[in-house]
Ligand binder design. Structure first.
Ligand code: FES
Ligand SMILES: [Fe+2]
Length: 394
């Protein structure tokens, strides 16, 4: 699991006037809205006696109150009021917890879990079609995986499995026809163009089957982004029908992933067709979930030597390479093994930007240990040149 990235913590519609708990990167956080409607994210551990703020309430001071002794924490994680000391009593400097930047986009609450200053953060991936309500109709779908997020992202961008895992997407006998045409990648993202030969379409009151012939060449463009561990799958159904599935994949902990997905379509935009869109997207997640849950090892192997790869795995290789670079060069991987001996005894927290901007501050909790980088960062071009896929096999 990686720090220093934006992740989706919850759907916007879930966080109303009460604090809500969200678990990401193995840690608990509290989300709450202030009176202006702005959402905030704090560590869910009260530094008084360890109360869970998400079981508390929001207050007149625009704070979240701990349910144990009522201490109130503001949007920056600072204690503003200690009831047992009364109004105007001084607040100890260490009476603060980590607070994380938040954004609301695409109906989701994004939180930046790390201490990087704003200008160094990778952006939340673009999803302009979500905002373009005139031309696209959106439905949201959630899926929870018994699987590690790295495997989930890899599955989302894997073209080869579609012929076997998704009957609506491919035929086993067409496995050698499905091709990666092109791979592009940058510092924190990758994209690939593919041609697949799926079956005739189903659904939408039987109308869909008229719009694409069986085994017609279909362009599919999967992309991944390190921020949000997002996958964007763009399917050009035919010359005028397109579907995009945009999902942010949140590592709840090492073995559990929560996918916040939005599917948009530029056809049949009436609400009557929403149920079918949602159902078909959920079905695809379920088909993938059964496979990912049973993978061995559960984690993504850190080296390629323990697996055998072929041409169709090329794009997954780009994902692994970019992810690995952020572990080995930037040192963003949480060292969960180093925390294991302290389980139940000690609480760690993800470092927030305030720890870096105010190094003199004293904090009650230690930050999560990180796996030390093993090499200097190599310079990465702004945008890597477009590359045709070579047929080499590793
Ligand atoms: S534990 Fe939170 S106020 Fe005491
Ligand atoms: Fe899949």
């Amino acid at each position: 699991m990686l720090t220093n990235l934006w992740y989706v913590a919850e759907w916007s519609k879930v966080v109303k006037d009460k604090p809500v708990r969200a678990k990401l990167l193995g840690q608990n956080f509290v989300l709450f809205r202030d009176k202006s409607g702005k959402v905030h994210c704090l560590s869910d551990v009260c530094i008084h006696r360890g109360g869970s703020l998400s079981n508390g309430w929001t207050t007149e001071r625009n704070c979240v109150a701990c349910p144990y002794h009522g201490w109130e924490f503001d949007a920056e994680g600072k204690v503003q009021f200690i009831p047992s000391r009364g109004e105007d009593a001084p607040i100890p400097e260490r009476a603060r917890i980590d607070a994380y930047p938040t954004e609301e986009r695409y109906g989701m609450i994004w939180v930046f879990l790390g201490d990087l200053p704003e200008e160094e953060r990778y952006p939340i991936p673009d999803f302009p079609e979500y905002e373009d309500k005139k031309n696209w109709r959106a439905v949201d779908v959630e899926y929870n995986w018994n699987g590690t997020v790295d495997r989930v992202v890899e599955n989302g961008i894997d073209i080869g499995h579609t012929a076997f895992v998704h009957p609506g997407f491919g035929y086993p006998e067409m496995a050698d026809k499905n091709k990666i045409v092109k791979v592009d990648k940058g510092e924190y993202w990758g994209s690939s163009d593919n041609v697949l030969y799926p079956p005739q379409l189903q659904g939408n009151l039987g109308l869909m089957k008229f719009f694409r012939k069986d085994k017609a060449a279909t362009h599919v463009t999967p992309a991944f982004y390190l921020p949000g561990h997002c996958v964007r799958l763009h399917i050009k159904v035919n010359s005028w029908m397109e579907i995009i599935i945009f999902d942010a994949n949140t590592p709840v902990d090492e073995n559990t992933t929560r996918s916040f997905a939005v599917q948009v379509r530029n056809f049949f935009k009436w609400p009557i067709f929403d149920g079918g869109s949602r159902k078909r997207t959920s079905k695809v997640f379920g088909e993938d979930g059964a496979i990912v849950e049973a993978l061995s090892p559960n984690y993504l192997p850190e080296t390629l030597e323990s697996e055998v790869s072929v041409e169709q795995d090329k794009f997954m290789g780009a994902w692994r390479q970019i992810r690995r670079r952020h572990i080995e060069e930037k040192g963003w991987k949480i060292d969960t093994k180093a925390m294991k001996p302290f389980e139940g005894e000690k609480v760690f927290t993800i470092p927030s930007p305030a720890r870096r901007t105010n190094p003199h501050l004293k904090w009650a909790l230690d930050t999560v240990p990180l796996v030390a980088p093993i090499r200097e960062a190599a310079p990465v071009p702004e945008e890597a040149p477009k590359k045709e896929v070579s047929p080499e096999v590793s």
